[in-house]
Design a protein around this ligand. Structure first.
Ligand code: SF4
Length: 529
């Protein structure tokens, strides 16, 4: 560690800050390998259990010795070889299932502490890491999953993402931040990496410098969801690709040294940015980076919500990619293995995760597409899913998450099946289930969101959802609005059917759900349920 923890003398630090000062989160990795994996679950101290996040694992519910492990997938791009290793881990330690997260990471449940060293070895051997996939540190970097093959990107950001990842990963100068730190780097004109909801985002831009059109990035800071959502603010700077790392280091340094460490609920960068404002933040950043040109021409054209279903052509003639649906983000080890084999035989040996919890197989010759699509795996993981199967996201919920208020995935499955059997929509409609106000299921950016809650009944409490409508990151972004309506979990399918049927009957030609809500207002929805 090459800096002074200037916050250490603060008398009002929260409990987690004290734990982090006593022992760095990253140091738990060695303790896991040398001690806990040998002495077992019962030997883990409460403080080290907190630090387990830096080792990429969370204790899952109920607290009986099982963990969720998250593996970082930079920009969502993994090799077929890495996919095979992940399939093997799912098979050997995760009861045969892997999950794609809303940051393109891969997660397993049912991992035990005794097995962590073997899993770490397998991951390291194929160039993957679970470290700092959780914890108060720079997390998995999201990016354009189509980087390098995208017709709609200004430049290939693969190496930039790698460079920033390699700088921060296991770097003890940045492993004790006030809270998690989420970075997005994409040159896609379709906002492929959800720029506005990240702590730090780089989006495509150009600027005339010395009479030359230069490709670079605009910089956004202070985005984030959870109970107090903020859209990131754009700084008035233009960053050439070779300065991206310097800017990322500068923003992260400001967060580390000036971020709030008294209350966990006020610790994310978004609160500092909101208090300082974009101008003050930019000036502080420039003290670190040196002068930067002012912003140029923004090249963000739209937001694709990270959906890539179907067969689409790439930037190289004769090559296409297939975007497939993982219902609620789940894939079996056999399916993942099969996709890895297909990628090796027919593709560019890459599989890509999306922020919508789905997958893309890339680099396939156009002439192979028709026969490939007949394979069984594409019947299970469809490139053309029905609307509700394809566009519904769910967080883990009560099944595994200690913070959850309600069950989410099983409920979501039932609701999807019901809606698919009742309604045929001609436009995508994104539904997000989230088990508590923490927003791992990204409640604020969905067309329709369901957030776990409870309803009082005569003699007890029943699981329920509050309903939120109209979230988008298009046109600068608009968070979903609370309908102020609480529905029992067992009745959520009926209420959604009413809302969606009203939309279907009343929408204008080509109108999306989000545009519809903006036009009619949510009070009209309340009248129709
Ligand atoms: Fe758990 Fe809440 Fe996150 Fe869902 S949103 S995974 S319930 S913390």
């Amino acid at each position: 560690m090459s800096y002074e923890a200037i916050w250490a003398k603060n008398q009002r630090l929260n409990d987690v800050e004290i734990i982090k000062l006593e022992k760095d989160g990253l140091d738990v990795i060695e303790t896991i390998i040398d001690k806990y994996s040998k002495e077992g679950y019962d030997s883990i101290t409460p403080k080290d259990m907190n630090r387990f996040k830096w080792a990429g694992v969370y204790e899952q519910k109920p607290r009986e010795g099982y963990f969720m492990m998250r593996v970082r997938i930079n920009s969502g791009i993994m090799t077929s070889e890495q996919a095979k290793v992940l399939a093997g881990i799912a098979k050997d330690y995760g009861r045969g299932i892997a999950n794609a997260s809303t940051r393109g990471a891969i997660q397993f449940h049912w991992v035990q502490v005794e097995d962590l060293p073997s899993i770490y070895e397998r991951l390291e051997a194929c160039g993957l890491s679970p470290f700092e996939a959780c914890g108060d540190c720079p997390r998995t970097i999201v990016g354009n999953p189509l980087a390098g093959i995208d017709k709609d990107e200004l430049m290939d950001t693969t190496e930039l993402v790698e460079q920033v990842n390699n700088f921060f990963l296991l770097n003890k100068d940045f492993s004790n931040l006030p809270r998690k730190f989420k970075i997005s780097i994409s040159a896609s004109i379709h906002n492929a990496a959800h720029a506005q909801i990240n702590d730090l985002a780089f989006t495509p831009a150009t600027k005339k410098i010395d009479n030359q059109d230069v490709i670079g990035f605009h910089v956004w800071v202070g985005g984030g969801l959870s109970a107090s959502p903020h859209l990131a603010q754009k700084l008035d700077i233009f960053v050439k690709p070779e300065y991206v790392l310097k800017v990322a280091e500068g923003v992260c340094t400001i967060f580390r040294d000036y971020g709030y460490r008294e209350k966990r609920t006020r610790a994310r960068l978004k609160f500092l940015v909101a208090d300082w404002g974009a101008e003050k933040f930019k000036n502080k950043l420039l003290e670190f980076t040196g002068d930067m040109p002012s912003s140029g021409d923004d090249k963000l054209a739209s937001w694709n919500a990270s959906y890539y279903f179907g067969v689409h052509s790439q930037n190289e003639d004769g090559k296409s990619y297939i975007g497939v649906s993982l219902p609620l983000g789940e894939i079996t080890c056999d399916q993942l293995l099969e996709l890895a084999h297909i990628s090796e035989k027919y593709g560019d040996r890459k599989i890509r995760t999306t922020l919508s919890q789905n997958l893309i197989i890339t680099g396939i010759s156009d002439e192979d597409i028709p026969s490939l699509l007949k394979k069984d795996v594409f019947k299970q993981l469809s490139p053309n899913p029905s609307i509700f199967t394809g566009y519904t996201i769910s967080c883990t919920g009560k099944e595994f998450c200690n913070l959850a208020i309600v069950e989410t995935k099983k409920r979501a499955k039932e609701v999807i099946e019901y809606l698919d059997s009742k309604i045929k929509l001609d436009t995508p409609l994104r539904i997000h289930f989230t088990g508590c106000p923490n927003s791992c299921g990204q409640k604020h950016i969905a067309d329709i969101s369901l957030q776990g809650a409870l309803i009082k009944t005569e003699d007890s409490c029943e699981e329920a959802f509050t309903i939120w409508l109209g979230g988008t990151l298009n046109n600068g972004g608009q968070f979903a609005e609370n309908l102020n309506y609480r529905v029992k979990s067992t009745e959520v399918h009926i209420v959604l059917e009413k809302i969606i049927t009203f939309f279907e009957k009343s929408k204008l030609e080509n109108e999306t759900f989000n545009e519809f809500i903006a036009r009619v207002g949510i009070s009209k929805i309340t009248e129709n349920i």
